[in-house]
Write a protein that binds this ligand. Structure first.
Ligand code: TRP
Length: 472
């Protein structure tokens, strides 16, 4: 039946699709802000260590499970779980739900990027670059753009692995790289760009608090699309001859490279256009958050570049953002779709349409209400993804048989045992530590570390949950 599920046409196609999954708004919007805000080079240092000790074993574990079974998440955990397979399948179900939770707000954001791209062509946001985001972010019109993105995503997924997902990603991902490199180089040669690099990288080791380390871990997971069966699903369509270790490492490196390039694009652009030093209160406030940086401060910077240049760079930038977001939305949609195909033997197009309808409906509230948007976002990232990665990696390390061998296949040296050792020990412990410490501790009002701090972790989640349901 492997043929009916579909396979990638080429190993390049698989890597583009997987890089497309990993590279998304997390890299281009979230990472630059987190880096600048949480200690610059000091944060980067922690990020890279976490990537090596936690992110890499986790992505390799997920991919091995997918490639060994050639099944969608629920069936894959069931099969490798042996006699307790039914219980282990819960990880797959949770992963599928997590992917859907991310979709509830991710397609809304993808709609913003599409609108900013088209608005760049028509010049819609050039008159009022600070107000445009406020006008379009949440509201009835957003429901329409969210619908449009959902339809595009469902359509591509319904066309299948090589006929839909691969065909699209082999075009848009190289295009995204070209756009990024182009803007990074352009910005680098402008006088004043240097202040942007300073803002981005200037190391501040006092920022390495438990919260920020937890944030870095969350960012590694989100950025690599882990804990939701996405990499597992894509790897299940791999050719047996491909190497999980090689391809997984390539994907992780490409993802980190893009995140760094995004920072080296965003901050120099903000610097040389004078936006970083601007005393416009709207801009200063926008620079405090990741959405504001991308959707308010940057449009202002593009306008400051002048009519022609600003129009070109701005339009191309948002096109890149749209490509990055779309390719991630596609892979998020593929996870639950593949589960329906495998478990209920529904045709692909029916599964995709069904999942699209569900995620669209739940997403409607986040296209009109910021509280729900944030709630989905926080539940997905702080709860589902963290637990998903912890359990998946634990499973790959302790329960599934043959992971070490799978990791060795296609390689000349034997690295499997070491990676499996990391999966068994360091990775799950680090993740659970982050889950508890990141959830329980935060920066208190006096700047010190405080238990159950007001604006951190589970306390914040709890407040938002009450807000979302209207209890506060
Ligand atoms: N990695 C994506 C980004 O950086 C977002 C994402 C999170 C994702 N989890 C995912 C994408 C699962 C696809 C599948 O923006």
């Amino acid at each position: 039946m492997a043929g009916a599920r579909g396979t990638w046409n080429s190993s390049f196609g698989f890597i583009m699709a997987a890089v497309g999954s990993a590279v998304g708004l997390g890299n281009l919007v979230r990472f630059p802000r987190e880096l600048a805000e949480n200690g610059g080079a000091a944060f980067l240092f922690v990020y890279l260590i976490l990537l090596l000790l936690v992110g890499l074993p986790a992505i390799l574990g997920e991919m091995s499970i997918g490639k060994m079974t050639q099944m969608s998440p629920v069936n894959a955990f069931r099969k490798l779980g042996g006699e307790h397979g039914k219980k282990w399948a819960v990880i797959g179900v949770a992963g599928m739900l997590a992917a859907m939770f991310v979709l509830f707000f991710y397609t809304v954001m993808t709609g913003w990027t599409l609108r900013f791209f088209l608005g760049g062509i028509t010049g819609a946001w050039f008159d009022d670059p600070s107000g445009y985001y406020g006008d379009i972010a949440y509201g009835p019109a957003t429901i329409f753009w969210h619908l449009l993105v959902s339809i595009i995503t469902v359509y591509i997924v319904s066309r299948g692995i090589s006929g839909g997902i691969e065909k699209v990603t082999v075009i848009i991902i190289p295009a995204l790289f070209a756009i990024l490199i182009g803007i990074v180089l352009y910005a680098a040669f402008q006088p004043g760009a240097i202040d942007g690099y300073k803002e981005l990288f200037d190391p501040d080791f006092s920022e390495l608090t438990p919260n920020n380390i937890a944030a870095a871990t969350g960012q590694v997971f989100f950025s690599l699309s882990l804990g939701q069966g996405a990499m597992l699903t894509y790897a299940s369509y791999m050719d047996k001859k491909q190497s999980v270790s090689k391809d997984g490492t390539t994907i992780a490196l490409a993802d980190t490279g893009v995140a760094l390039m995004a920072g080296m694009m965003v901050f120099p652009v903000l610097a040389f256009t004078g936006l970083l030093a601007s005393n416009d209160p709207a801009v200063q406030e926008a620079l405090g958050g990741s959405f504001g940086t991308a959707f308010i401060a940057l449009p202002n910077a593009f306008v400051a570049m002048g009519d022609v240049m600003g129009r070109i760079v701005g339009t191309v930038f948002f096109l890149g953002l749209f490509f990055a977001a779309l390719s991630s939305a596609i892979s998020l949609m593929e996870v639950p779709t593949s589960v329906l195909i495998d478990r209920f033997e529904l045709p692909r197009w029916k599964s995709a349409v069904l999942i699209g309808l569900i995620t669209y409906s739940f997403g409607v509230v986040s296209s009109i209400n910021e509280t729900w948007f944030t709630l989905y976002d926080e539940i997905a990232i702080n709860v589902f993804i963290v637990l998903g990665v912890a359990f998946t990696t634990f499973f790959a390390g302790w329960v599934a048989k043959g992971v070490g061998k799978e990791l060795d296949s296609g390689l000349r040296s034997r690295v499997g045992v070491y990676i499996v050792w990391l999966m068994r020990t360091v990775t799950p412990v680090a993740i659970l530590a982050v889950f508890f410490f990141g959830g329980l501790f935060g920066t208190g009002a006096d700047g010190g570390i405080e238990f159950w701090a007001n604006d951190a972790g589970w306390n914040r989640l709890w407040r938002e949950l009450k807000l979302g349901f209207g209890f506060e």
